[in-house]
Design a protein around this ligand. Structure first.
Ligand code: 3HC
Length: 721
């Protein structure tokens, strides 16, 4: 059925014109909506039978904001004229300065441009629990329909900068307390109360307030300057590599100093500059890429419905198992945690409790909700409870035989429709399920540590996994607030496989004589939260040593073998777990580089003996980034070539959410396309001539570079999914 897009106006006997935005699913402000709004407001202002106006969104949602597809069009074409004129012509002139009062009837959500339209109305009536916010900075732009000016005037400068800089939305209940919402009424009364409110303004019973003209919440200039100073410090901390936060503060300041209208004009100018920034391109790409992950051919488009998953068994109460159990419990899914003895079981239970406590102490969870979640939790030592679970997630150590035995056992004790998932990060699913007759029910549920906090869930599909099982796991992933990305079966799957050269390249550079702390600092300046050495410390070097041979078996042609990890472990450094790795970890303080680790590095350098002429190489920061991340891009090319992901943008999301690759760079493939496949190919080729096959460009990269194609351009469907 075609979507009904447009703006309608109905004038009631009471003289109130109700203008309705219809653009499912979120009533985004696409170009036809904007021209429709202009037309209807003009019309309503001219008609003598209209005394007042109510603006509402169809189907219980006010508006999700400006149509983000238009940003994408602008990015593709570079044509800024695709952006309609809204801020002055529609919002200031036709709405806020209208002679007839205008009330926003807010239900569901008013985000971005949606909230900006509501703020240009002369009052706002809302239903409970509506979501209100200006999330534009997450798209690399600033609010562009006057939000930078009107929000501070309605809720105060401190709250407004907090909401805008952190893209934090609030509920209509909080909005009412702050003065953003004038009346909170039951959902069924929103329209009738709005009509009445509009007439009350028209007939002088309620004030005719124009947000942009208000000054009562702004405070004195010196107070405002103090708040903006704090905001600048916040922006520096949270977004050191992004332009929109600082730009937004400048625009807000303009309005404080020179008045709201001057602020609106500056906002429009800065908005246009930012739309075309690389940051906006990356972030808008990530917005759509994330939504694309929920479209899986032959799974989500074949009429299947997800089955309810109410009870899950988790096998193994270690770091991963307890994190997974926590994530499930937080979404009201019953969990039985199985361990092999009571000591391990107690440890697992305590970890889950500690996870909950951590969330409560950081204000992310109420004590009451933590208590409720824990009431759904049970520890067990045998399989009795498994007979009625809907899904098992195995999260034991990476040992093939152990996993094979567990799957053989659970196949017997669980019902025939129970999903059998493994949280393995490296082992082939076909091998895990080898001893069972249930290959269609076996699936990978690869969480990232800490599993109750990290947002990515890699769903690994073997050639036998059924579409229903994939769909069920996708639904569970969404229910526990993860972003599920469906990937194919190979060693390391999409994320760990793509990033396995990350630490190896770092080891190579360190063995070539580059300071390891400098490497970490260059990579964090690029935008990853942890450099490769600190990341190794966090994961624990024991794990690195254990999975190394598994990767070497299949990707041996492009491995750099460094003795550093072994030497590190020999010197008693396992990373954060035992307080000592490349860095020193002390409770309550930030990790400190440990100069004494340099003797380990020296020993490694002696053993590898790869420094040309025995002397450390000299490299720029840019070269460090290229030597660390281009091999990652190279592996991403192989992942694309082999069809391990459905589409290149899935790998972008997986890299952003699984490896914290900076979202403003759009993910690993998007970033590589920005740098240019030809440039990357040529750099890798030269590096491989100097330093060997670790850098050898893949066939996919070479083909793309030679043909002038982007890495993300899809070719024929060689997907293994
Ligand atoms: C000038 C202005 O200041 C600039 C702006 O207004 S920029 C836009 C600001 N608004 C936003 O950032 C809100 C973005 N949207 C969201 O956060 C969420 O979509 C939401 C909270 C509105 C709804 O969430 P949810 O119900 O989970 O649905 P979700 O899957 O995200 O979206 C449903 C569909 O609507 C689309 N959509 C959501 N908001 C959209 C928007 N503003 N423009 C275009 N499409 C949008 C999504 O792409 C998705 O499409 P698909 O089904 O084809 O994949």
């Amino acid at each position: 059925m075609a979507k009904k897009i447009g703006v309608t106006m109905e004038v009631g006997n009471d003289g109130v014109a109700v203008i309705t935005i219809s653009n499912p699913p979120v009533n985004s402000l696409a170009s036809p909506i904007i021209s429709g709004l202009k037309e209807k407001f003009r019309d309503a202002n001219q008609r003598i039978d209209v005394k007042a106006i109510v603006l509402i969104g169809n189907n219980g949602r006010f508006s999700g904001g400006f149509d983000i597809n238009v940003f994408q069009q602008v990015h593709k074409t570079g044509d800024l004229s695709l952006m309609p004129e809204v801020s002055v012509e529609l919002v200031c002139n036709l709405m806020e300065d209208s002679r007839k009062p205008l009330v926003a009837a807010v239900e569901g959500l008013a985000l971005g441009g949606g909230l900006e339209l509501a703020m240009a109305c002369h009052a706002r009536v809302a239903a409970p629990k509506a979501q209100l916010g200006l999330p534009e900075l997450t798209l690399g732009v600033i609010p562009g329909f006057g939000g930078t000016q009107r929000l501070p005037r309605l809720v105060g400068l401190a709250k407004a900068t907090d909401m805008i800089l952190l893209s934090k939305s609030i509920s209509s209940e909080e909005g009412q307390k702050l003065g953003l919402i004038d009346a909170l009424v039951p959902p069924g009364d929103v329209l009738s109360t709005s009509r009445k409110w509009a007439l009350d303004i028209a007939e002088g019973r309620k004030p005719f307030l124009r947000s942009l003209h208000r000054t009562d919440k702004i405070g004195s200039l010196s107070e405002a300057r103090a708040i903006l100073k704090t905001s600048r410090q916040l922006a520096k901390k949270i977004a050191p590599n992004m332009p929109q936060h600082h730009a937004c503060i400048e625009v807000i300041e303009e309005g404080i100093i020179h008045g709201g209208y001057s602020g609106v004009l500056k906002e429009a100018e800065v908005f246009k500059q930012l739309v075309l920034s690389d940051t906006a391109k990356g972030l808008v790409h990530v917005f759509f890429a994330q939504r694309a992950t929920s479209k899986v051919p032959n799974v989500t488009d074949v009429g299947l419905k997800p089955r309810p998953i109410k009870k899950v068994a988790v096998i193994g109460g270690g770091l991963m198992g307890s994190g997974i159990a926590t994530a499930l419990l937080l979404s009201n899914i019953r969990v039985v945690l199985k361990e092999i003895n009571s000591e391990y079981l107690m440890k697992g239970i305590k970890s889950v409790e500690a996870n909950m406590k951590g969330l409560v102490s950081r204000g992310k969870l109420t004590q009451d909700k933590a208590g409720k979640a824990l009431s759904l939790f049970k520890g067990v030592l045998d399989y009795t409870e498994f007979k009625d679970v809907d899904m098992v997630i195995e999260a034991v150590i990476e040992n093939i035989q152990l996993k094979q035995n567990i799957f053989k056992e659970i196949e017997k004790v669980c019902s025939p429709h129970c999903i059998l998932a493994s949280n393995t990060s490296t082992i082939d699913l076909d091998v895990i399920g080898e001893k069972t007759n249930s290959k269609d029910r076996i699936v990978g549920a690869h969480f990232f540590s800490p599993a109750h906090l990290m947002p990515l869930l890699e769903i690994v599909r073997s050639k036998n996994t059924s579409a229903q099982v994939i769909l069920d796991l996708m639904a569970v992933g969404k229910a526990i607030k993860k972003v599920p990305v469906v990937v194919g079966n190979c060693i390391g799957f999409a994320v760990n496989r793509t990033f396995f050269p990350y630490s190896q390249a770092a080891h190579m550079l360190a063995n070539l004589g580059v300071d390891l702390f400098r490497i970490d600092s260059v990579i964090t300046s690029f935008g990853l939260p942890l450099g490769p050495f600190q990341l190794g410390d966090l994961a624990g070097h024991g794990i690195g040593l254990a999975v190394g041979p598994i990767y070497a078996k299949v990707y041996g042609d492009r491995m750099f073998r460094s003795p550093m990890t072994e030497l590190l472990l020999k010197s008693g450094r396992n990373g954060k777990i035992n307080g000592k790795g490349y860095y020193i970890y002390e409770k309550g303080s930030k990790p400190k580089p440990d100069p004494s680790v340099l003797s380990v590095v020296e020993e490694s350098r002696k053993l590898t003996n790869i420094m040309p002429g025995g002397k450390p190489i000299s490299v720029s920061d840019k070269e460090i980034v290229e030597m660390i991340l281009f091999p990652v891009v190279n592996e991403a090319c192989r992942v694309l070539d082999e069809g391990v992901v459905i589409r290149a943008s899935d790998l972008d999301i997986a890299s952003v959410l699984g490896m914290s690759f900076p979202s403003y760079r759009g993910g690993i493939v998007f970033w590589a396309d920005t740098v240019g496949p030809k440039y990357i190919y040529e750099r890798l080729k030269r590096l491989s001539e100097t330093y060997g096959s670790f850098f050898k460009p893949s066939r996919y990269l070479e083909e793309r570079a030679m043909n002038g194609m982007l890495l993300s351009e899809s070719k024929s469907s060689r997907s293994r999914l």
